[in-house]
Design a protein around this ligand. Structure first.
Ligand SMILES: [Zn+2]
Length: 388
């Protein structure tokens, strides 16, 4: 059984940003959402998008305040900015944080009250929505989250230390432009963090309980494209062919999430960056990964699936689940991220039970996608084994 609904018109390929003005755009005035960093301006991407919109005779304003691990208050401010400027659609230009924040702004722009009124897990008030999300055009500048083709936005509430994904089907971008040329400027460390996030969306999906023939198809092809090209992107950022393959794997991982899911590893990581805002999502996932998958391998959750993944990652004669760990560690070493440390971000072992409980209350639904049940003690043991 599977169910898949991907209403996003996806335009993928080198140079496709230049076609933006020819696309059917969903309004007359856009709010362009970018990060609070310099790169979107310095690299000329904002200018190029503004030129494209001008060619299409579309007015725009710019909201440039989205931080990594975007905060609830920023999303509320952006939604009000869109409303006050009478925008009728949003252009998200950036990586996962920008696209996630923009999608939730699009939803909240047509609601009143507090964003957490509508959040459906943790301390969210689970109130029904009244409005419909504004249309979003997603132009991704990174290969990491697949957010350009999925319905979710992950937002952090610093008052409750919750980092929660929320999504409704009207939050799918109406148009996604995935132009690998925009990814040439991503620095090596972030290329690695984002690429591993893309990889893990599919490795988690492939071992999850809700995997199905369609999600499997996307997942294996995504794992192959990302794992075989990511080290080249990290070590030779200007290699457009490798960037294109990782971008393709990332978008496939987005489709994988639409047809399948991720797993509790994402919940465990969201707890870490929920308490430690400066920890990049992909880096947190890398820190957890070997311990997490080893736990599932030791429990014989799905031996054959780990072997399948090891094979597409390049171990052609893989015949035991542990081969997946070998391939994973090799890739981490090739990308220079095998030694990331939780302690470098201020995480202490004394927090592990708090993190485990936070992961379950804020993002409990992903634990239901696991093939084996993780108790709080299991989660603490995974954090402990992953700790450096
Ligand atoms: Zn992720």
């Amino acid at each position: 059984m599977y169910q898949m609904h991907i209403p996003t018109n996806t335009i993928f390929g080198v140079g496709t940003l230049n076609t933006l003005h020819k696309q059917a755009l969903p309004g007359r005035k856009a709010m362009i959402v970018i990060s609070n960093g310099k790169s979107t301006r310095v690299n000329g991407y904002l200018d190029r998008v503004q030129q494209q919109l001008t060619m299409a005779d579309i007015a725009f304003v710019v909201f440039d305040k989205v931080q990594p691990n975007p905060l609830k208050a920023t999303v509320e401010e952006g939604a009000a900015f869109a409303r006050d400027n009478r925008c009728d659609f949003i252009v998200a230009l950036g990586g996962g944080s920008v696209m996630d924040a923009a999608k939730v702004m699009a939803m909240f722009a047509n609601e009143t009250g507090d964003l957490w009124d509508f959040v459906t897990s943790g301390t969210g008030k689970r109130m029904p929505r009244q409005g419909k999300a504004m249309p979003v055009v997603a132009i991704t500048t990174t290969a990491g989250t697949g957010s350009e083709v999925d319905t979710y936005g992950v937002i952090t509430n610093p008052e409750t230390n919750e980092k929660i994904g929320l999504g409704w089907s009207d939050m799918f971008p109406v148009l996604a432009i995935v132009d690998p040329e925009l990814m040439l400027t991503v620095p090596p460390a972030f290329t690695a963090y984002q690429g591993f996030d893309a990889l893990f969306h599919s490795t988690e999906g492939y071992i999850s309980r809700v995997a199905n023939p369609v999600s499997d198809m996307f997942a294996l092809k995504a794992i192959e494209n990302v794992s075989r090209n990511l080290a080249t992107c990290v070590n030779d950022g200007q290699n457009l062919e490798a960037r294109e393959k990782v971008a393709f794997g990332n978008t496939l991982s987005g489709y994988q999430m639409d047809a399948g899911s991720t797993s509790s590893k994402h919940s465990l990581e969201h707890a870490m960056s929920g308490y430690h805002q400066e920890l990049p999502h992909g880096a947190g996932l890398i820190m957890l990964s070997v311990a997490y998958y080893t736990h599932f391998i030791n429990a014989h959750a799905c031996d054959d699936r780990f072997i399948d993944m090891a094979r597409v990652m390049g171990i052609a004669d893989a015949n035991k689940p542990q081969d997946f760990i070998t391939a994973l560690v090799r890739l981490q070493e090739a990308c220079g991220v095998a030694d990331l440390k939780m302690s470098d971000y201020g995480i202490q072992p004394s927090e592990f039970l708090t993190l485990a409980k936070n992961a379950k209350s804020a993002m409990g639904s992903l634990f239901e996608c696991d093939r084996i049940e993780l108790s709080d003690e299991d989660c603490v043991a995974i954090y402990q084994a992953a700790y450096k």
